[in-house]
Design a protein around this ligand. Structure first.
Ligand code: GLP
Length: 258
């Protein structure tokens, strides 16, 4: 695990966009796993700027999003599909046929989940998966539990997550109670993982992700078993870490070449 601590949210966003940009430049037809939530918004803003200035070309990039609320059509303002189109896809030249999100409306849940896994497999797997983190350590929508779903599956959201995500809806009662999410196995199969964390509310989850025992009750701890994970956190999110560890990790960090 590489751990990069930056000063603030803006530096985190810039560094994350540089990281993703380097991957696209070295492999223009890469498969990029994407995340929603407020954390990656600054990263997407920088990626859009870099695409508009001609520094980045998304035309051959294939994307797969982590998750979607169940019951919201893609056109719903709070669906993750419309979030992604609003903040990234409609601002860059990307082939819509290469953009994938799990569908939150379906007749057969099992078939919808299996189909999403098949699409990822057909694309050759995910090269780089971007992740945010829930206050409770969830990744995608893999919530704390006594066992975690390996592949794309349907989950019941915890009260904690419903409350945290209520800020995007008019009323808490409007937050969907279920979601479809890539499983932990799907995420762990990505060749590289980049996790972003910003703010005090993520400090405990980041501490557990790095120093905690691997435990399904804190889903992000499974990332300790992945061979290529980079975490970028701001000072607030890194505030509960053992400073000597952070120092060692910072020394290990090699900035991407310009
Ligand atoms: C949602 C998403 C996660 C995201 C999390 C944190 O629950 N399903 O993928 O990481 O929110 O969101 P934020 O970045 O807004 O704190």
């Amino acid at each position: 695990m590489r751990f990069i601590v930056v000063e603030d949210y803006e530096s985190l966003s810039r560094k994350a966009a540089e990281f993703i940009g380097q991957e696209i430049i070295s492999n223009p037809s890469m498969v990029l796993g994407l995340a929603t939530g407020s954390t990656p918004l600054g990263t997407y803003r920088h990626l859009v700027e870099d695409a508009k200035s001609g520094k980045l070309d998304f035309s051959r990039v294939t994307t797969f999003n982590l998750d979607e609320y169940i019951g919201l059509p893609p056109s719903h303002e709070q669906s993750y599909s419309s979030f992604m189109w609003r903040h990234l896809f409609s601002e860059i030249s990307i082939d819509p046929a290469r953009v994938h999100l799990p569908l939150g409306l379906f007749e057969d849940a099992e078939a919808a989940c299996a189909q999403y896994e098949k699409l990822i497999e057909q694309a050759g797997g995910i090269d780089l998966q971007l992740l945010g983190i829930g206050n409770n350590g969830h990744i995608g929508f893999n919530e704390p539990d006594d066992k975690l779903g390996a592949r794309t599956h349907i989950v019941r959201l915890t009260e904690d997550t419903i409350q945290a995500n209520a800020r995007f809806f008019e009323k808490e009662s409007e937050v969907p109670r279920e979601a479809i999410t890539m499983g932990v196995g799907t995420i762990m199969q990505a060749k590289k993982i980049l996790l972003l964390a910003s703010g005090w509310s993520k400090a405990k989850a980041i501490q557990q992700t790095i120093h905690g025992e691997v435990d399904t009750e804190v889903p992000s701890t499974v990332l300790q078993m992945h061979r290529d994970v980079t975490i970028i956190a701001d000072f607030e999110a890194a505030s509960l870490l053992d400073l000597s560890e952070v120092y060692i990790c910072l020394k290990e960090y090699q900035p991407p070449r310009e």
